[in-house]
Design a protein around this ligand. Structure first.
Ligand SMILES: CCCCC/C=C\C/C=C\C/C=C\C/C=C\CCCC(=O)SCCNC(=O)CCNC(=O)[C@H](O)C(C)(C)COP(=O)(O)OP(=O)(O)OC[C@H]1O[C@@H](n2cnc3c(N)ncnc32)[C@H](O)[C@@H]1OP(=O)(O)O
Length: 194
């Protein structure tokens, strides 16, 4: 069993992350990696509809407006929804590295309750890379980018090939995704990694 803390500490020979030359300029939307994604998909009626933007260096930002359907307690956001928003913002960092990566570990601190109606300003950044392992942190602040800290996370993402999805996903959705030219363009954008 891995230790919960040490596994999120980059090893001594980890390297600093390198922003990909094709990454969008700070402030530009990164786009959705999959239309039906719960976090960022425009065609996912139950989703968070996060529009994630490139940040400085290897970072990304997003704003989650906490809605009634996100409640866990009366008038307060469900922690799992907040963790999903952090996970999605962290996951989008793959665009900044042009690396397809999935969450291996996500550790979340819930620092203060987040009422319905809050605009939660999320920021994620890659801190180190070690082989296929990508170390990153994220924070969510209430009301604005400099607002009070509400949630934070540390995460380990693991780089994977596109086969991770084609071999493990359900046939129906995989077939539909591969038949969608926009989806194929997204995958190609990740495959071209000079
Ligand atoms: C045609 C259709 C294509 C559709 C795809 C569409 C677009 C693609 C483009 C981008 C989209 C990419 C991602 C989505 C982005 C955002 C969504 C939010 C992010 C998520 O929500 S994503 C879903 C949740 N996520 C999972 O569904 C992962 C399930 N899981 C696994 O699939 C495996 O578990 C995996 C792959 C993680 C590792 O498996 P593996 O066999 O490849 O590698 P291995 O185990 O050897 O690990 C290698 C090194 O990572 C260390 N390591 C591994 N796991 C660790 C852990 N948990 N804690 C600490 N260290 C860990 C090892 O210790 C070793 O370290 P070392 O090298 O030092 O020994």
């Amino acid at each position: 069993m891995r230790g919960p803390t040490t596994s999120l500490t980059p090893p001594a020979d980890a390297v600093a992350p390198a922003r990909h030359s094709g990454a969008p300029a700070p402030g530009e939307p990164l786009g959705s990696h999959y239309d039906h994604c719960f976090g960022c998909g425009g065609k996912q009626p139950h989703g968070l509809h996060l529009e994630i933007r490139a940040g400085e260096g290897v970072s990304a930002t997003a704003v989650l407006t906490v809605r009634e359907e996100h409640q866990g307690a009366p008038g307060l956001a469900h922690g799992g929804v907040l963790a999903a928003a952090l996970d999605e913002t962290l996951g989008a960092l793959g665009w900044m590295l042009r690396t397809i990566a999935v969450t291996g570990r996500l550790e979340t601190d819930f620092v203060r309750p987040v009422p319905v109606g809050t605009e939660l300003h999320l920021r994620a950044e890659v801190t180190a890379v070690h082989g296929r392992k990508i170390y990153a942190t994220a924070a969510g602040r209430a009301g604005g980018p400099e607002g009070p800290l509400a949630v934070r996370a540390a995460a380990l993402f693991v780089a994977v090939e596109v086969e991770h999805f084609t071999e493990n996903g359900r046939d129906e959705e995989i077939r539909a995704a591969m038949a969608d030219p926009d989806q194929v363009r997204v995958v190609r954008a990740f495959e071209v990694n000079p």
